[in-house]
Design a binder for this molecule. Structure first.
Ligand code: F3S
Length: 768
């Protein structure tokens, strides 16, 4: 199903909204509001109203797609009603390298790939087979365009903002709504403007912009907001570099990130009375994006975008941001962030000392480049320019060095152009075009589990255990060129800007700053065609799910609310500190159960830290007083028909869009998650699965609750938008305290709670 770019329609919608709001709009507002369902009726209040939108496209990766497709099947619809693709990238484990790993993955995941391929053919979904590449790279290469509104079941979907699209990570249940032609709901985001001044040079790279911003905003700073970049510095960044920056907006909790099709240079030049320069500049305005569209054989898209840029694809002059941050790229130093959180910022020259001070191992065991974040042609070419200098001096990487090409097209092109050979020549091993170690799909052999060690990578996320399942792996994130330089020294003390390396002949040499073409001079080599177009009519096809399968399980609807208050609920776990979706539903070995809700529920909350004893996956069953694992304890309560709650800290559910983190507690009998604050996608995911996502009105009330308490949620019959929920906390000594809980449910979402889940509500809607 082709996604048509109907700019005229978007502009008509936008005019309706513009008349009503009567104020300048930011770029992201324009794209969001022009995709509004009934633009004449909705309220458009940033940070307050809920928008009902009509996205142009849906994209899903194979780990999240399984559950989304299972949910779509239970909706009973004959085929998807919005252009949709599925991308096989998450289930391929890195073990021996490219081809061998790919073949092994095809064997191990045969049942799942068959299920997805058949479901795609039946329900009219484009299917990108294993080997095609990483979802976000494929989107950038094939589907993104300026002004696009895309939702994707992966938190790094915002990558497409590098091509001027609003691409937003969601849970699978949201994707099901859109595939079923229901409007997609999202709280109208605030807008944070990031003004880029100066220009990138020498060792600084797009990655440094987002690593610096992570330090400024922290992992929560973008929550509920879209990050909109603008300013003269935009021109020094390639389209794929902008993709890298937008991709990692997920690390600061942003709804998404976007760059303007035209940079703000024109406004700046006009404002400084240099219209003649602006006119000239306009001709080449955002030439990087146009260049990219042309290079990927989408000249028609480039022409259309050019025509509509002023109206739709840049912010209005005078548009207001909720906050503006300025970054001077000319002063930006190379960053390397970590360990354990992407907002722990270090300048490259300071890391060695910091590491010693904190007891982090300074020896680098593995360097990893690529992933959806940094695997463009430019990334690989710049890394290869460092490798070339090492080759010239006869040295190799001092540790393991692995490379993940983002797509078949990138792999074929870097092979053809000799880029891959340079990386191999210093010891690099090319992995499959897939997520691999970025999502814990890494059969790592060089260290034992629980052995303290350090890795450096050009990925986006570095939570404990993310890459190899080992919580003591200290992962640092930086640009691919810096990773390549660091592996030549093998130590965190190395600063390539100032320090020398020793050549094979014993002489000392310093690395020159990296360079590389942003786009291949001879165009892209498309590589092998790994795409399956759905047939015109797939209705006669049968999607089989073996009832005995341990990988796939058809879904049973959750029970609807019985109309009664939820009283005397035990606290399954009171969680201390960071609790990401990786803590709630880890990936790695568990990825294989993403299509089997009961089996994957055995990983529920096993990474979260129990406030009572500081341990993971060791809690007290308050009925039996026995210590046990979290999933086992939840299953015990469930077997006795006892609903339970979880108490959590700040930014609960940060990280990925994985809805298993919401499905699992619901499946095992949870009814409410009460926290200081939520990450956006996870909060919506909980609501979709019929759970009460609640926040303390007074965050200090978190301290009043003991794991042995009982929780009652009162007067749920009058559950309404903007109305607080009364919570009674009964302590072990019989005393009861009353606290107030907030929520962000709107009318429609309250119906999800009552129906038992959003899917139940949808099924009722289609049946009526
Ligand atoms: Fe895959 Fe890692 Fe990106 S898991 S989609 S490469 S963030």
């Amino acid at each position: 199903m082709r996604c048509l770019i109907d700019y005229e329609k978007l502009i008509q919608n936008l005019e309706i909204v513009r008349k009503r709001l009567n104020r300048p709009l930011t770029l992201s507002e324009k794209i969001l509001y022009s995709h509004a369902d009934e633009p004449d009726k909705q309220s458009f209040e940033r940070g307050k109203s809920y928008l009902r939108l009509r996205p142009d496209r849906v994209a899903m990766q194979d780990a999240t797609a399984q559950m989304a497709v299972l949910q779509f099947i239970s909706s009973g619809l004959p085929k998807v009603l919005c252009p949709t693709t599925i991308h096989c990238d998450h289930l391929i484990e890195a073990q021996l390298g490219g081809e061998k790993d790919m073949q092994r993955a095809k064997d191990i995941n045969k049942e799942v790939y068959n299920f997805l391929a058949t479901a795609c053919a039946k329900y009219s979904i484009g299917f990108w087979k294993p080997g095609s590449g990483i979802i976000h790279q494929i989107i950038l290469e094939n589907y993104a365009f300026p002004g696009l509104l895309l939702i994707g079941t992966d938190s790094h979907t915002p990558n497409g903002g590098g091509l001027g699209g609003l691409c937003i990570g969601v849970g699978g249940a949201d994707a099901v709504d859109v595939m079923a032609n229901m409007p997609w709901e999202v709280k109208c985001p605030k807008v944070i403007g990031v003004r880029l001044l100066g220009q990138l040079n020498e060792w600084s790279s797009p990655k440094d912009i987002i690593l610096a911003l992570a330090g400024i905003l922290t992992v929560q700073g973008g929550t509920g907001a879209i990050i909109e970049y603008f300013g003269p510095g935009v021109e020094s960044i390639s389209c794929t570099g902008m993709g890298t920056i937008c991709n990692m907006g997920a690390e600061i909790g942003a709804t998404t990130s976007i760059f303007p099709y035209n940079s703000r240079m024109k406004e700046y030049l006009n404002a400084t009375k240099r219209e003649d320069v602006a006119e000239l500049a306009d001709k080449y305005y955002n030439s990087r994006m146009k260049e990219y569209l042309n290079a990927t054989k989408r000249e028609d898209v480039a022409k259309l975008a050019d025509k509509y840029k002023d109206i739709l694809l840049i912010a209005d002059e005078g548009a207001r941001y909720d906050r503006v941050i300025s970054i001077n790229l000319s002063e930006l130093e190379p960053h390397i962030n970590g360990p354990f959180t992407p907002d722990r910022v270090h300048m490259i020259g300071q890391l060695g000392k910091e590491a010693v001070k904190n007891g982090w191992p300074t020896e680098i065991r593995v360097g990893l480049i690529g992933s959806c974040t940094n695997s463009s042609y430019e990334d690989m070419a710049r890394a290869a320019s460092i490798a070339q200098q090492a080759i010239d001096k006869g040295i190799k990487a001092k540790c393991e060095f692995v490379v993940t090409p983002g797509s078949n097209q990138i792999r074929a092109t870097i092979e053809r152009d000799g880029v891959a050979d340079k990386l191999r020549a210093i010891g690099g091993v090319l992995l499959a075009n897939a997520c691999g170690p970025c999502i814990g799909q890494w059969d790592r052999k060089d260290v034992k589990n629980n052995e303290k060690n350090t890795i450096v990578c050009s990925y986006n996320r570095n939570f404990p255990g993310r890459n190899d399942g080992n919580p003591l792996t200290h992962a640092f994130v930086t640009s691919p060129e810096l990773v390549t330089a660091m592996v030549l020294a093998g130590d965190l003390h190395f600063n390539p800007l100032t320090d020398s390396l020793t050549a094979a002949d014993g002489s000392k040499f310093k690395l020159q700053s990296p360079h590389g073409d942003t786009l291949p001079a001879n165009g892209f080599d498309a590589g092998v065609d790994n795409y399956q177009e759905p047939p015109q009519d797939g209705s006669s096809l049968v999607v089989d799910v073996d009832p005995k399968s341990d990988r796939l399980q058809l879904l049973e609807p959750f029970q609807s609310w019985d109309g009664q208050d939820l009283t005397d609920m035990p606290i399954l776990m009171k969680i201390k500190g960071k609790c990401t979706t990786d803590h709630i539903s880890p990936a790695g070995v568990w990825l294989k159960y993403r299509g089997h809700l009961d089996n994957i529920s055995n990983n529920m909350l096993i990474g979260a830290i129990n406030e009572e004893n500081g341990e993971a996956n060791n809690i007290q069953n308050t009925m039996t007083n026995q210590q046990g694992k979290v999933p086992d304890t939840a299953r015990y309560y469930q077997s006795k028909n006892i609903p339970w709650v979880v108490i959590g800290d700040q930014n609960y559910g940060e990280g990925s869009s994985r809805e298993h983190a919401a499905l699992e507690p619901r499946h095992l009998g949870g009814r409410a998650i009460i926290v200081k604050s939520f990450a956006r996608i996870h909060e919506t995911n909980l609501k979709k699965q019929g759970l009460l996502a609640l926040t303390f009105d007074n965050p200090d009330d978190y301290n009043k609750i003991k794991p042995s308490d009982r929780i009652s949620l009162i007067d749920l019959k009058s559950f309404a938008p903007d109305k607080q929920i009364e919570c009674h906390v009964k302590h072990l000594n019989g005393e009861t305290e009353t606290i107030k809980l907030n929520h962000t449910f709107n009318e429609a979402q309250i119906e999800w709670f009552k129906a038992g889940s959003a899917l139940n509500a949808m099924r009722t809607y289609f049946a009526s």
